[in-house]
Design a protein around this ligand. Structure first.
Ligand code: EPS
Length: 355
């Protein structure tokens, strides 16, 4: 499975191509609405106030409501881009923003907006992910879900997956929503931004998906998460906490009833173990701030930059659907590869713990 996106935040449209998808999957434009709405801006006062319709047009790869096996091209037209705020900073670099490195790479500055470094690009990752989620659920019963598990220093007091979709923060503790609202209101008023952590999980992944050395499942999940704008860290299972664990604590004991813990995050030796796949993703505080900051302009002169416009004070709050999509896409890719390599392999013994 190969996925690429195209388009800029302030261009006429954004889109993606999903190539290598099996034929016969039912697919209609309305299948995308739910996940795109979960990711969208402008739904609450806590996100960017840009209002995009985010309507998906299927340009290819689908005939009479089913995928044909040919490349699937999806298009979303930009309907609410506003470039005037960017004109003011067209010759300046935002500290902590990719506009500096993009210019060094390409020698071209697109002054219309965030371009491909804008979170707008993630719309099409979510759209592509819809296809993978559908296929994984129908074929294998695999479910992918995510929540925000930290905002700045705030962590959930309790972890209830049922609470996640009923508040604007994808937050697993309904009792803390008022506190988060107050935090976000104060943050927005201050002109500053905050980081966040997203926990993304896949349930029902059978054991055996992945690769043992090159293209390990965890390596490809980490690469996929790291390719999302604003991501600065990825952990699988216990992640960095494994540094201070003893082997006797970290190992997940097994019995005929199943695994006693999941510090491995569902992946052993680059291959799924059959346990839930647990991934934690760190989103940096966004760099487009109303607070003045020291920087340089294109000529190298010292200037002070102030970013106005419609930006997210905490872009991680919109990230759970994006992380779900990336995890689903990597899993679908590995499921297809596994099927190709193991078509003739008889059922596995020993029995899977808990299976
Ligand atoms: C973003 C800045 C704003 C946001 C955008 C993310 O867009 P722009 O300045 O490019 O118009 O509204 O998010 C979206 C438009 C979206 O659909 O996610 C940024 O700086 O990342």
């Amino acid at each position: 499975l190969r996925v690429t996106t195209f388009g800029e935040s302030h261009g006429p449209a954004i889109g993606c191509v999903v190539d290598g998808c099996p034929p016969g999957i039912p697919l209609a434009p309305e299948d995308f609405s739910h996940d795109l709405a979960r990711r969208a801006t402008g739904k609450t006062r806590h996100t960017s106030q840009r209002h995009e319709a985010d309507e998906v047009e299927i340009l290819s790869g689908v005939f009479e409501g089913r995928t044909t096996g040919t490349p699937i091209a999806l298009l979303v037209r930009n309907t609410d881009a506003r470039s005037k705020d960017y004109a003011k900073i067209a010759d300046q670099f935002r500290p902590g923003h990719a506009d500096y490195t993009y210019l060094h790479k390409y020698g071209v500055r697109d002054p219309r907006g965030g371009g491909r470094s804008s979170a707008r690009e993630t719309t099409m990752r979510v759209a592509a992910g819809v296809i993978a989620r559908k296929w994984l659920a129908d074929r294998f019963g695999v479910q992918v879900r995510a929540c925000v598990s930290q905002v700045a220093g705030l962590v959930p007091g309790r972890f209830d997956w049922d609470a996640v979709e009923s508040n604007p923060f994808f937050w697993p503790d309904a009792g803390q929503v008022a506190e988060l609202e107050a935090f976000m209101d104060a943050l927005r008023k201050s002109g500053d931004s905050a980081g966040a952590r997203v926990h993304v999980q896949a349930l029902g992944v059978p054991p055996g998906w992945g690769e043992p050395v090159y293209g390990k499942l965890d390596a490809e999940i980490a690469a996929a998460m790291m390719s999302i704008n604003a991501v600065k860290g990825v952990e699988i299972g216990a992640g960095f906490a494994s540094v201070t664990q003893k082997g006797s604590e970290h190992r997940d004991l097994m019995s005929p009833e199943g695994f006693a813990s999941n510090h491995a995050g569902g992946i052993l030796g680059g291959i799924s173990s059959g346990q839930p796949i647990d991934v934690s993703v760190a989103f940096k505080p966004t760099s487009s701030l109303r607070l003045p900051g020291a920087t340089v302009d294109r000529s190298g002169a010292a200037v002070e930059v102030v970013t106005t416009g419609r930006h997210d004070p905490c872009v991680g709050l919109r990230a759970p659907p994006i992380c779900e999509a990336m995890l689903a896409l990597v899993l679908m890719d590995h499921a297809l590869r596994h099927r190709a390599q193991n078509a003739d392999v008889p059922p596995v013994t020993p029995k899977v713990p808990g299976g």
